[in-house]
Ligand binder design. Sequence first.
Ligand code: FES
Length: 242
Amino acid sequence: MKRIRICNESEIPGPGMKCYDTEGGVKVLVANSGEAFHAYQGLCPHQDVCLDEGFFDGSTLTCHQHLWQWDIQTGAALGLAEAPLERFEIERIGGEIFVLQSSALRACELFREVSAETVSRLDEVSRREEHSAGTALYDIGDPADDLYILESGRVEFEIGRDDRTRMAGFMLRKGEMFGWAALLQDHPRRIARATCIEPSTLLRLRGETVLSMLSQQTADGFIVMRQLSTLITRHLRTQGGK
Ligand code: FES
């Protein structure tokens, strides 16, 4: 866990909230209900909107854009909202507010149910990379060697061939994984182009290293493969694959 200083408590009188950009590029929303401080992801999980532009009455947070709402105590979705907020653990030291940031691996759907030991071994072999806006991570036809997990920022995808490409959406939430072809046999080339469209931090894992590790941890290997097949099916249904 990494501890990151966010602000001084006096900057947010209750009830109130404010978004902060952290050094690692993560946007964090700090809300003061009047009785306690809470910290969540700064961007709405629906679209790319800062949550401090919305409304907060001390117990319910509302995004002004399409009125998704969340319980400030837990981050649970209320009413129209279709996804909860990512919650950060807070530490208050001498009037300063810090958040404790866990590995994006833990938030990744693929690894969510595997043992803590396997997550920590994966963490050891992953590489954290920071990229500026406009960086091309891979292109159509490149070898599919690595998979990526988004820690912060935004990555956009295009699929197709030659000049017949089309947008295939983007990824925004911490823990979202892409480049999963690196975990497949007989699928060594990219079928999409991935580009950072804002400063982004990523965890990068060598596909063959992950496969070799999972072949020795067969229970966790089974969980990952089951999750992977679910993810692929979902992507094929909605976006034509990444
Ligand atoms: S952008 Fe927040 S609810 Fe749609």
